[in-house]
Write a protein that binds this ligand. Structure first.
Ligand code: ADP
Ligand code: MG
Length: 287
């Protein structure tokens, strides 16, 4: 049966915007030694905006904008939504897509007429050296790069900037003061990851993580720390949330993340996590 102290701590937390799915998780939270964070939608707001564009044929950007819109309309990734919004300003031509394939953590492939198009990271677009160098410069400013390529070459590029949540930095520094190891796990490239990690004040990061890589990173973290937590919002974070001792979902995250997690930060507010850790310590002293 649930202890009165646990019950009151759970209801206090709920009033404070943190929903625990059981007393056990509140107890576990008090013993957390390391916390891993997803980047997009967790440490950042997950509302990227297009800041820079480049087109190989600078006189005819229309065809690239039309292809990007047609393909990204099929995706519900936050980057895709931002790209569609951007292209809409330029009245792109509607194109009919024959087939789209999601490449998780990398982008989307699609056939339009007789051409196969790639919209996504460097791994699926393989930009040439000069385009890659330009992309690297943009990435060092914390921007995520999305290339548009066909079977022959990269024909366009979008750079998108997301905002680090204002409360993220404070949370990270409070965790560090409590000797909790902090880590960022992201599908984004190393240069962008480094810049965002610095902005949030997080010491360690692992870039180019596919969903299974996030699980692997947590498993190796568990060899060094007995109790670990993971904070995430996406479908791609669900396996990692299930692997951690305490899985924490952002309240506006995807359904799968909310279902898998042990506790939910209801208003997407990271600062509530520090209060919950304090509550969990206090409760464990009483119990
Ligand atoms: P994160 O872990 O930061 O939430 P994801 O795993 O969702 O990142 O995506 C990793 C990378 O894959 C993105 O940074 C982007 O380069 C590429 N990508 C994924 N989906 C898309 C898409 N629909 N359009 C363009 N690029 C995409
Ligand atoms: Mg995310």
């Amino acid at each position: 049966s649930i202890m009165p102290a646990t019950l009151s701590a759970i209801s206090n937390s709920a009033r404070n915007g943190v929903l625990f799915k059981g007393g056990m998780h509140l107890e576990n939270l008090a013993h957390i030694q390391a916390i891993a964070f997803d980047k997009t939608g967790t440490l950042t707001k997950g509302e990227p905006e297009v800041t820079d564009v480049w087109f190989r044929d600078s006189l005819k950007p229309q065809s690239v904008l039309s292809v990007a819109k047609a393909i990204e309309e099929q995706s519900n990734h936050p980057l895709a939504k931002a790209i569609v919004t951007y292209t809409n300003q330029y009245e792109p031509t509607p194109l009919s897509i024959q087939q789209t394939r999601d490449i998780p953590g990398k982008g989307v492939k699609a056939d339009i007429d007789d051409e196969t198009w790639m919209v996504g990271n460097a791994e699926i677009a393989s930009p040439d050296e000069s385009v890659a160098a330009y992309a690297e410069k943009l990435a060092s400013e914390g921007k995520t790069i999305v290339f548009v390529a066909n079977s022959k070459e990269t024909v366009g590029l979008f750079a998108l900037k997301d905002t680090v949540r204002p409360e993220a930095k404070k949370l990270i520094s409070r965790l560090q003061k409590n000797n909790i190891y902090t880590l960022m796990l992201t599908g984004d490239n190393p240069t962008t990851a480094k810049s965002i990690a610095e902005e949030a004040g997080i010491d360690h990061y692992v870039a180019e993580c596919l969903p299974q890589d996030k699980v692997n990173e947590l498993q190796s973290l568990r060899k060094r720390y007995t109790q670990i937590a993971m904070v995430g919002d996406g479908v791609n974070d669900a396996p990692a949330l299930a692997t951690a001792n305490v899985g924490i979902a952002m309240g506006e995250g995807t359904d799968v993340a909310l279902e898998t997690a042990d506790l939910v930060l209801m208003k997407n507010d990271l600062s509530r996590l520090t209060d919950s850790i304090t509550i969990s310590h206090r409760m464990n002293k009483i119990v």
